[in-house]
Ligand binder design. Sequence first.
Ligand code: HEC
Length: 173
Amino acid sequence: MPTKHMLTGLAICLEIVAGSGLASTGTDDVLTALSADDLPLVAQGDKIYQAHCATCHGVQLEGQPDWKQRDDAGFLPAPPHDASGHTWHHADDLLFEITKYGPGVIFAESDYRSHMPAYENILSDEDIVAVLSFIKNTWPDEERQWQEKVNGNRIVNQLPRNKGSTLLEKLFK
Ligand code: HEC
């Protein structure tokens, strides 16, 4: 019997695979891009991360223990933002919307319960782009390249077919 978390993970993966040839603009009709190689912006994002995100997502982006396991009340712990998590499975625009409007945007559920606040009234759009650009800047090349494919929404054609692919194993772990 699959756990609720496994189903959630599957839903997220299906959401990516279901992407057609057109890039989705998500909830707010604006397609937001991150700038992970803009080093002044990344430095600004590092400060914002430590001030606003590190208490839950970890000073080293390591997340909370047992982050895949919902607690008895149905809440997920904060996942890592480094390569061991799945932040890099999502397109820039979705990461922006999760942070701005709250994780419920993934599930299109307005009553989705999460410990993570929506940052809409806490951080400016530029600060949200900065903090996510900082996170993206830390990913190794392989994860960066994968995430660029998700951004281009060409993922259906680009999925590695070889079952032994370590990247595929990581994606569906
Ligand atoms: C109070 C704790 C808390 C804080 C503070 C917090 N988050 Fe989260 N975050 C979470 C939790 C818990 C989740 C898992 C989503 C859920 O609840 O279903 C999450 C998920 C996410 C995700 C989705 C990751 C994925 O793999 O799907 C992103 C992106 C994210 N957070 C970014 C941020 C950023 C950026 C900040 C700081 C501006 C931040 N979070 C601050 C608790 C927090």
